[in-house]
Design a protein around this ligand. Structure first.
Ligand code: MN
Length: 205
């Protein structure tokens, strides 16, 4: 079965931007439930779990159509949350560093232009979904997805994401989703994003 990656920080580590109760419920209830349901549906087809969740979603067409939508929903719910929790941290590095800084400057003009576009995208998500920074071939793009759809399904390579489902922010921000989206930029772990940039293509092979 797939297993829950360990959180690299305590439940209260993202305060004051995201509260302890939000992180606790989001991780131990929402995230955990997606994982449990994914394992259950994959067990039902005697899946051998020999490939990563990234590879499973990237090659979704290989999954039997009778369970494919459930794998998209629960596998996406598992993977998307893995990435969301992985790329946040209480780090003091507040702006891009390393290769990702170069790529952002190159593909968006500047960090400020990138940030503005990302915030516009995230604000425009209607209903439940995510905004992503992805690699399309070698170019960075910002995209939105609905529900638990993952960019991996579209052969795009995710670098980081913000979860804009209400459960991600409602306890802390109620209807003020814009404040949550703005504060998310205080939490991005740019060292981790660089690491993902270096490693994810390799992980899909
Ligand atoms: Mn969520």
């Amino acid at each position: 079965m797939y297993i829950m990656p360990k959180l690299d920080y305590n439940y209260d580590a993202l305060e004051p931007y995201i509260g302890k109760e939000t992180v606790y419920i989001h991780h131990t209830k929402h995230h955990q439930t997606y994982l449990d349901k994914l394992n259950k549906i994959l067990d039902s087809i005697n899946f051998n779990y020999s490939i990563s969740i990234e590879k499973l979603l990237y090659n979704i067409e290989k999954i039997d159509p009778s369970i494919r939508q459930e794998v998209i929903n629960y596998g996406g719910g598992f993977y998307n949350h893995n990435l969301y929790f992985k790329i946040m941290s209480p780090s003091n590095i507040k702006e891009p560093i390393g290769i990702i800084k170069e790529k952002i400057n190159n593909d968006f003009g500047s960090y400020d232009k990138f940030k503005k576009k990302f915030i516009e995208n995230a604000t425009s998500v209607f209903g439940s979904g995510y905004t992503w920074l992805v690699l399309d071939e070698d170019k960075l793009k910002i995209i939105n997805t609905k529900n638990q759809d993952s960019p991996l399904l579209m052969k795009l390579i995710p670098l980081f994401t913000i979860d804009v489902w209400e459960h991600a922010y409602y306890l802390d921000y109620q209807n003020k989703r814009m404040d949550y989206i703005n504060n998310f930029f205080e939490l991005i772990n740019w060292e981790e994003v660089n690491k993902i940039y270096e490693e994810i293509k390799h992980n899909l092979q």
